[in-house]
Design a protein around this ligand. Structure first.
Ligand code: SAM
Length: 275
């Protein structure tokens, strides 16, 4: 009789994983943090009983949130990650030699601490000399930044608790100010099956601020519904107009040059959220 964990993705539906062992569980100053070993997905980080990342499928999300904007920008040097305390997005950012500084601002230092301890394949690059880790509110960091970054990636939890401000029009306006004149940002914007209105609202807000706004998707089996969206806002560069010679060989397991374009082809019910 093993232990099983169910993430309730809605009041009526969830996913269940067999738990081999619980490494750590605590109520931090911001959220409930669980680090467990699962039979199917390897080690898994949960925050407020929601799957954040797993050793087995993390590469999909981290590659797609990072490489689509980083290949879209012609020469990304300074990059900011809001959230992202598990370190996966930072690992992907550092695959771009043009990046000289990657700043990570996560509000909860415990996420960083336990990701380093139990998710070394994901968090292993947080101590890279190009990385600057700050434990702070990403909303405040954005408010204090001006023309500082080429690319900003919002890798936050769902719009609850400490992340509620990270899905507002005011925050996206702040991101625009924090970006350089040809800056690009991407936010993870949840799933179209259970959070369609969130996607619709965020897309409409971003479109009012950024001349180039697009939505793209990826398949993430341990996230709610398995179909995940990302909203990209760009001041100049269009992700669908990247020059052929901009792409270079990169060590990935999901992202490819072809998928860079194909991920913007949306199912009709998802495309309807962008009109
Ligand atoms: N990839 C996951 C997803 O799509 O749900 C997110 C993973 S990452 C661990 C989410 C991080 O956002 C957490 O570490 C959390 O502490 C951080 N976070 C939430 N609100 C924040 C805020 N206001 N400022 C900075 N980080 C925040």
């Amino acid at each position: 009789m093993g232990l099983w964990f169910t993430e309730k993705q809605t009041d009526n539906f969830g996913i269940t994983a067999k738990i081999e062992q619980t490494y750590h569980t605590e109520k931090t100053n911001f959220q409930k943090l669980d680090m467990v070993e699962t039979a199917e997905w390897g080690n898994m980080l949960l925050l407020d009983d929601m799957v954040m990342t797993t050793e087995k499928d993390e590469f999909v999300y981290h590659e797609m949130v990072a490489h689509v904007p980083l290949f879209t920008h012609p020469n990304p040097k300074e990059v900011l990650v809001v959230g992202g305390g598990d370190g996966g997005v930072i690992r992907e950012i550092l695959k771009h030699a043009s990046v000289t500084k990657a700043v990570l601002v996560d509000i909860d230092g415990k996420v960083i601490e336990y990701s380093k301890k139990y998710l070394p394949s994901i968090a292993g690059k947080l101590d890279d000399p190009r990385v600057e880790v700050r434990v702070a509110d990403g909303f405040m960091h954005i408010a204090e930044s001006e023309k500082a970054y080429d690319v900003i990636l919002v890798d936050s939890t769902e719009p609850v608790g400490p992340a509620v401000n990270l899905f507002t029009k005011g925050f996206y306006a702040g991101i625009s100010r924090a970006l350089k004149d040809d800056g690009i940002f991407v936010a993870q914007t949840d799933n179209p099956w259970f959070k369609a209105e969130l996607i619709r609202q965020v897309y409409a807000d971003v479109k009012e601020i950024f001349p180039v706004t697009r939505l793209y998707t990826a398949n993430i089996p341990t996230y709610p519904s398995g179909l995940w969206t990302f909203t990209i806002g760009s001041k100049i560069h269009d992700p669908l107009k990247v020059k052929e010679d901009r792409f270079f060989e990169i060590d990935t397991k999901y992202y490819t040059k072809q998928l860079h374009h194909a991920c913007f082809v949306l199912p009709k019910f998802v495309e309807d959220l962008t009109v």
